[in-house]
Design a protein around this ligand. Structure first.
Ligand code: GAL
Length: 692
């Protein structure tokens, strides 16, 4: 981000610490608001997102605005030396608005208009909603745009979902017409002769629906793309008055990550954040990992969290903000377990290590009523600063003050892993292979984990990003690979890049149409193979792969390939394809392309990538860590920061290769072996080059 454009933001040298503050729930309790200020200072909190759901308090009746209460809050925040991240209130609307303008209510895919209530459920097309949002956003910008406490605008909250009302249908059709120009072009892209689904003109197209069309895959894809575009359009409409009146104040909107289920380790899939990221000045996301769950190790969950952090960081190649996280438990996981001692600090450092410049919470104070009254907060119902959670938060606040020099430092990733939401959409639609679950996010994470285990920094990137800055690019299950992407992959390898792709490579194009003629010619050229077929195995089936002197399980999918210039580096051991290539390598131009034909366990992936990494000569870390202890780096112009995190429930250790100072404790540690308590953390500062 260019800090010149946003001088006030650039002058803020602290790592942000604070969170969602909802004083609008407490306006009848002045003592509570006064107590908050004292507690905020004590917790070393320095930034608060305010007004997120405050529309009813700001405009209790149409056209009657009440800003006095927010004036006081923002002044008070300034008074304690903290910053305000002021939100636009479109995430939830007042009842008068729904009542007078029912068009603002969303229509679901079954074409049922929803009643007033809940949140995050407005129609993105509605002119009435846009008008009302435009008015209040302008007033907020006029009133607070030059307030010294204003650090950033927080536009809406967690945009998501779709509306299928007549207005949205019209917008969708106009979007299609702009894209395809003629209905014939659309019919070709949609392969619509199938089941007689040919459209006569654009007016016949309807958004996908469980009671209507849902099998035309290119329509589904376009709908998802349209939903991203109309959400961005709505966001732009919201941002316009803010940009006009306060061009020097950066804008963010909080993105979401999915971590609450064992199989999830990916950004929210309802929007294409790769596109959305171009619109915001700072990327931020809301992080809610289910720590201490009963189905995985802490370290595995940490690697799932790291994957999502690495995605949000790589969207702009810049530090991002954790805009929401919980200081203790949430209220919406299947089981809401409290963070064990040490976990709050560890989970904060886990995000800093992957590029976060803020640790913010939902929520500052627990509400007394409604659905989030048991959601973790910095201030519990007891209002006390003596409870465990408050003390843990304060300790994180103090830590952030001590390590603030890491702010703005970057992650020096030379490895990229492609995770693409359009590919996820297409794979989720594909009928065939294993219809239970194609396991795209799980597979992406499994490949990522091999690098995590080796403490190698990775950028998790969307498919359209520039690859030339990376030495190694990994593309798990790249099912949707357009001709343009094939050219980009060719150019990358020809220029000296190392590319690894797996089964499901290059099956369909950007319209979800299978590439004619089988495995695309461009990919044959780069990989030196032809993919003949893909075998899908039952869950109990196994094959084996002989690779590098070892033997590894292959399951779920086995691609059968013939060599066309590549060499086999792994072979199947069983079944009718025993002895045929399961993994291949091919030198192409100045680079090399590898193909992994089967789904495998982590043991194979560690061995496979270990071999490649050995040839890459990555910069050495200043520490050596055992399994379960993770090391990650960020770099400023002059220094390297090495984060060491013990994700084990028992003591861990690390070996320092040189003397180094830990910014958290302020202690200098000599070269040699050291212990780490369970969940213990260190942030070592070293010069950029380490002594041999
Ligand atoms: C987020 C949301 C917050 C709060 C939080 C609870 O998704 O933005 O307003 O509801 O979840 O974890």
């Amino acid at each position: 981000m260019s800090l010149e454009k946003f001088p006030r933001y650039g002058q803020e040298k602290r790592l942000l610490h604070g969170g969602d503050y909802n004083p609008d729930q407490w306006l009848k309790y002045p003592q509570v608001l006064a107590d908050d200020l004292e507690l905020m200072k004590d917790a070393r909190a320095n930034a608060f997102s305010v007004g997120i759901f405050a529309w009813s308090a700001l405009e209790p009746e149409e056209g009657r605005f009440e800003f006095d209460w927010l004036d006081k809050i923002v002044d008070d925040i300034a008074g304690i030396g903290a910053k305000a991240i002021i939100a636009t209130p479109s995430g939830a609307r007042p009842a008068w608005l729904s009542k007078k303008y029912p068009e603002v209510l969303r229509v679901n895919a079954r074409r049922e208009r929803q009643l007033h209530g809940g949140r995050h459920n407005h129609c993105q097309s509605s002119p009435a909603y846009r008008e009302k949002v435009g008015i209040i956003n302008r007033k907020l910008a006029q009133r607070y745009g030059s307030h010294p406490a204003l650090l950033m605008w927080h536009v809406s909250n967690e945009y998501s979902g779709h509306c299928h009302c007549p207005l949205c249908q019209e917008n969708f059709r106009a979007w299609l017409e702009k894209k395809y120009k003629t209905i014939d072009v659309l019919n070709d892209a949609y392969w619509s002769a199938f089941w007689s689904h040919t459209y006569g003109d654009f007016s016949q197209v309807e958004s996908p629906s469980p009671i209507g069309e849902s099998m035309v895959h290119a329509l589904n894809l376009d709908w998802n793309r349209f939903v991203t575009d109309i959400t961005i359009d709505f966001y732009r409409h919201e941002a316009a008055p803010l940009r006009e009146i306060s061009p020097d104040v950066p804008i963010t909107t909080n993105f979401m990550g999915e971590l609450s289920q064992p199989w999830q380790s990916h950004p929210f899939a309802g929007l294409d954040y790769a596109k959305f990221a171009h619109e915001v000045d700072v990327v931020s996301w809301d992080s809610y990992p289910p720590w201490h769950n009963d189905y995985e190790t802490t370290e595995n969950l940490a690697s799932r969290l790291a994957f999502v952090n690495d995605y949000f960081r790589a969207l702009k190649n810049a530090p991002f903000l954790i805009l929401e996280s919980t200081p203790s438990a949430v209220n919406w996981h299947p089981v809401n377990k409290a963070k064990r001692p040490g976990m709050h600090m560890l989970s904060a450092v886990a995000c800093l290590a992957h590029g976060a410049d803020a640790i913010m919470y939902f929520q500052w104070r627990k509400s007394r009523g409604s659905s989030e009254k048991f959601h973790g907060a910095v201030v519990d119902h007891d209002g006390s600063r003596e409870n465990r959670v408050f003390k843990d938060v304060k300790a994180v606040g103090e830590m952030l003050e001590r390590v603030s020099e890491i702010k703005g430092s970057l992650t020096p990733a030379r490895v990229a892993l492609v995770y693409d939401v359009e590919n996820f959409w297409a794979l989720s639609d594909a009928q065939g292979f294993d219809n239970g679950d194609k396991k795209y996010p799980q597979t992406a994470h499994a490949h990522y984990k091999a690098f995590w285990d080796a403490n190698v920094p990775v950028d998790v990137i969307p498919a359209d990003r520039d690859l030339s800055r990376y030495d190694l690019v990994v593309a798990p299950m790249p099912y949707m690979t357009s001709d343009a992407r094939i050219e980009a992959l060719k150019a990358y390898v020809a220029g000296g890049g190392i590319l690894v792709a797996t089964y499901f490579l290059g099956i369909v194009d950007e319209n979800d149409l299978v590439h004619p003629g089988g495995f695309p010619a461009g990919l044959r050229e780069v990989f030196g193979i032809n993919v003949l077929e893909t075998d899908t195995l039952y869950p109990k089936d196994k094959n084996r792969i002989a690779f590098g002197g070892g033997s590894y399980d292959a399951f779920d999918y086995c691609a059968l390939v013939e060599l066309r210039g590549a060499r086999a580096i792994g072979e199947y051991a069983n079944d009718f394809y025993a002895g045929s290539p399961a993994a291949t390598a091919h030198d192409y131009g100045k680079g090399r392309a590898y193909f992994i034909g089967a789904r495998t366990g982590g043991d194979f992936l560690r061995g496979f990538y270990g071999e490649i990494l050995r040839g890459m000569k990555l910069p050495e870390l200043p520490v050596q860590v055992p399994a379960g202890v993770s090391a990650q780096v960020r770099e400023s112009e002059s220094h390297r920061y090495c984060f060491v995190m013990n994700y084990r429930e028992e003591e861990g250790g690390f070996a320092l290769k040189q003397e180094a100072r830990d910014l958290i404790s302020g202690r200098t540690f000599p070269r040699g072996e050291h212990r780490l308590i369970p969940y213990g953390v260190r942030i070592f500062k070293t010069e950029k080059t380490i002594e041999a």
